[in-house]
Ligand binder design. Structure first.
Ligand code: HT7
Ligand code: ZN
Length: 844
């Protein structure tokens, strides 16, 4: 494949003033007529006129009304054009019903919809499909579908047609069209300057009862963005559409957000607490893009983190404000380590701003999104809240309507704070997770922390320079009182020491409070000290981290030395769980053991070869030990956190359910599933029903309930996704691959639906002892299905290849088997660019 480099960026020769599109919709032969006013870019040489276009049949084209015969290739066309402004017209034909890649214009359950980010618009018509070309779009939709939607405001409509006009210039990736038999859940919002905005969530008939929660989330997001960032909505209407067949979570098209139905439809009966929280966050995320992404967009796709890192950061602030800030922070750290650190530690590591790619769709990654958000969090920590607000105001006023770069972003911070951010900028260019080593010394009332940072080599980056690390630190005295409240240390050198003077006794340091930088902290410590921090630290993240480290050390000793479950850990955990002053959600998080994948990585980094089966067994043994060590406490927690009355998805009842269900999972290991069976039988909401069913399946006792669940929910596609993944996730390791294989033959399995494919095969890859089973059946099955999916849906196929990214951790046999599967995939004659890039990067 051809590699594209950030350094090769050149400005577009031609800019777009206006675009008029007419769609004559038909499943097999949609006609798209385009009329585009091009003007020469005064700041760049014009060069050869080029329009992107893929999988289009060109019917005809003209310039200023005169027919032309462009030179058409597989990925675009060139044409001789006048030297001044001109009007380009073209007619193309496309077949949305045959588009299973879910990019461009496609059909989902009889409904037309589009997905254009990153480079999908070129599958709709010939156009300069790059984000730095922004035009004003007017769209006419012709067809039988009763509902026809596009970006911006509705202009006119008649029998069989509708017209939309978006006054805000936008790049083609934000274009959207939806047409189908849809019903809406309407509402409205009055902006702070008094403008009324019509709000709609459009869904398939039958789903209208699942829109209310999403609508509330939207209104909360609109209000929050006004209150916290001073950003108001800028059109008369805001539409959200739920689509069943979708490659990702949702898409922020201007004024017409399109959502994977799993990320917007919610009801107590069919959605879990986790689903509700995720839906609220994604609605907020897409809405926030209206300013960070749409009004200010990216100059080129290398700048993706400019909009994604900032918008993830904004949605995490929103969730912290709506729910519990400490719980959100700890959950984000868990996710970051599970996804981004995993990426950073392997062959797919890349900088937050990549410098080259073959297929941009492969760079919608945890590094661009989640590490990109961490970088913004660090910047805010370093400059302070007030300076951050000032810099953001400057960013919005200076760059409104522009396509920007990370340089533009950092410049507003440099100018508004007077800080030199040249070293900080390494966070955008250097891949890999810094390791931060810390040791301490104590003399004459002075406590000194000695830090050393190093970042391991990553693909293409053998040597790393020191980064700016904001390290939030507090000190706890021997009696458990905080003797130094949180202070921010700014580390810039490879090695650096910081002293605290005038202390009466040697304190215990609480380091990296709130997880102030995305690093891996290495510090010699012992169980007594960790238990002390778990009991006394005032910072919830550090407190949770002390517990996690205790658990991890205990599990590591069980795996490497055959040690018994650590009583010190079990005792400290019991003390924490009994503390009724602590948020139940925090306690539920503290009860969760480090994941199998986390343990595998730590084993690998400490010179061991991880054995997935043994890791699984030892985690099970620890869970049995937890159940045995505190049966009364668990029973008490379970009983005390039952939530009476009507189900509400809010943080407080959800937290109680989380704690009760964590207790239930352990209790079920010893009560034969009695409590879980009772909970399943009487559950009136999906959180309780699913938790109970999971408990039963995990003790190999849920056959009956699984059938009941199927009978109850076989008509609900989102609940059926849960039915598919549960069975794979809770199968005994030796049965995991066989279960996924069997489910793929079920009449409800549909490989064309990414949610269903992920429910089945994503669950396989996220069940390490099953996926990495010594037989190799997991590897073979995944490769078989990725090979089948690739010709239909390259994006989802490529994304799921990441299951193999940790392969070099494992033993020679497993490595050999994985390599063979990757090579088998690579050898497929027509492998997509997406999958081919991923496979070759993983193998490199
Ligand atoms: N900006 C969007 C990213 C995206 C996407 C969404 C749906 C389908 C395909 C897609 N490719 C890229 C989603 C977001 O970050 O908000
Ligand atoms: Zn986004």
């Amino acid at each position: 494949g051809q590699t594209i480099y950030l350094d090769d960026y050149t400005a577009p020769g031609w800019l777009v003033e206006e675009v008029h599109l007419t769609f004559r919709l038909a499943p097999e032969a949609t006609r798209v007529l385009s009329k585009v006013r091009f003007v020469p870019n005064p700041d760049a040489p014009q060069g050869q006129f080029y329009l992107h276009g893929e999988q289009l049949s060109l019917i005809g084209a003209s310039i200023d009304g005169t027919p032309v015969s462009p030179e058409v290739t597989e990925d675009g066309l060139t044409c001789d054009v006048p030297s001044g402004a001109f009007t380009w017209e073209a007619e193309v034909e496309i077949a949305p019903a045959k588009n299973f890649a879910l990019e461009g214009l496609y059909m989902s359950n009889g409904m037309y919809c589009t997905q254009c980010e990153a480079e999908g618009f070129r599958k709709i018509t010939y156009y300069p499909d790059r984000p730095d070309v922004m035009g004003v779009f007017t769209v006419r939709i012709e067809g039988e579908a009763p509902v026809k939607l596009s970006n911006g405001n509705p202009v006119r409509e008649g029998e069989g047609w509708a017209e939309w006009h978006d006054p805000w210039p936008k790049p083609a990736y934000l274009f959207a069209l939806v047409a189908g038999d849809l019903v809406n859940h309407p509402d409205s919002f009055t902006t702070r300057s008094g403008k009324d905005v019509a709000l709609n969530i459009w869904v398939r008939p039958g789903d209208e009862g699942k829109c209310a929660f999403g609508m509330e989330a939207l209104k909360k997001s609109m209000k929050w963005d006004e209150d916290v960032y001073g950003r108001e909505y800028d059109l008369d209407i805001f539409n959200i559409v739920a689509v069943d067949d979708f490659n990702m979570g949702a898409m922020e098209n201007k004024g017409l957000n399109i959502f994977n139905s799993s990320c917007v439809l919610a009801s107590p009966e069919t959605s879990t607490d986790a689903n509700f929280e995720r839906i609220e966050a994604i609605i907020a995320h897409e809405y926030f893009h209206n300013w960070t992404g749409n009004r200010i967009t990216c100059r080129d796709w290398f700048q993706l983190c400019l909009k994604e890192g900032l918008t993830v950061y904004r949605d995490s602030q929103f969730t912290s404000d709506m729910r519990s800030a400490p719980v959100k922070r700890i959950s984000d750290v868990i996710d970051l380590r599970a996804r981004q650190f995993r990426e950073d530690n392997g062959p797919l590591a890349h900088p937050v701003r990549p410098e080259s790619f073959q297929e941009i769709n492969n760079f919608y990654t945890a590094t661009v999104y989640e590490k990109g958000a961490e970088v913004i969090g660090m910047l805010k920590r370093l400059v302070g809240d007030e300076a951050y607000a000032k810099a953001l105001d400057l960013y919005f006023t200076r760059h409104d309507g522009q396509a920007c770069t990370i340089e533009d972003w950092l410049a507003v911070f440099e100018e508004s704070t007077g800080r030199d951010l040249s070293q900080f900028k390494r966070w955008y260019s250097q891949a890999g997770t810094p390791r931060l080593h810390v040791s301490e010394s104590w003399a004459d009332g002075t406590f000194t922390l000695h830090f050393r940072q190093e970042t391991p080599a990553t693909p293409g980056q053998p040597d790393k320079a020191p980064q700016v690390l904001p390290i939030a630190v507090g000190l706890i005295g021997p009696n458990g009182d905080e003797v130094q409240e949180t202070t921010l240390l700014e580390m810039t050198e490879s090695e650096q020491s910081f002293s605290f003077t005038g202390l009466g006794a040697r304190p215990v340091p609480s380091i990296l409070r709130e997880f102030s930088a995305p690093v891996i902290l290495h510090r010699e410590s012992d169980n007594a000290e960790r238990a002390f921090l778990l009991a006394h630290d005032t910072d919830p993240y550090c407190r949770w981290e002390a517990g996690r480290t205790l658990a991890k050390q205990a599990l590591m000793r069980m795996i490497t030395d055959n040690a018994e479950p650590d009583q010190a850990y079990l005792g400290a955990l019991a003390t924490l769980l009994s503390d009724e002053t602590l948020d139940p959600a925090f306690r539920a998080l503290a009860m969760a053991l480090p994941s199998e994948d986390d343990l595998a990585q730590t084993l690998f980094e400490t010179g061991h070869v991880p054995d997935p089966q043994r890791i699984w067994e030892k985690r099970q043994e620890m869970r049995d030990a937890m159940a045995d060590a505190m049966p009364d406490l668990l029973a008490g927690l379970f009983a005390a956190h039952q939530v009476p009355g009507t189900y509400q998805p809010d943080a407080a009842p959800a937290a109680a359910r989380a704690l009760a269900n964590s207790a239930l999972a352990l209790l079920s290991r010893r009560d034969g599933g009695e409590r879980a069976r009772a909970q399943f039988a009487k559950a009136d909401n999906m959180t309780q029903e699913l938790a109970a069913l999971s408990c039963l399946l995990s003790i190999d006792a849920g056959e009956e309930e699984l059938k009941t669940f199927y009978d109850q929910w076989h008509d609900d596609r989102l609940v059926m996704d849960k039915w598919f993944s549960l069975q794979v996730a809770y199968a005994p390791p030796a049965q995991v691959a066989a279960t996924a294989e069997r489910l793929a033959t079920h009449s409800d399995f549909d490989m064309k639906n990414p949610n269903r494919f992920r429910a089945t095969f994503g669950a396989l890859t996220m069940t390490p002892a099953g996926f990495h089973h010594a037989s190799g059946a997991g590897y073979r099955l995944l490769a078989d299905w990725l090979i089948k999916l690739d010709p239909l849906n390259p994006q989802t196929t490529a994304r799921m290849c990441t299951a193999f990214q940790t392969w070099t951790r494992y033993d020679a046999d497993r490595q050999g088997m994985i390599r063979a599967e990757l090579e088998r995939m690579a050898a497929q004659p027509k492998l997509s660019r997406d999958t081919s890039e991923m496979v070759s990067r993983i193998l490199a």
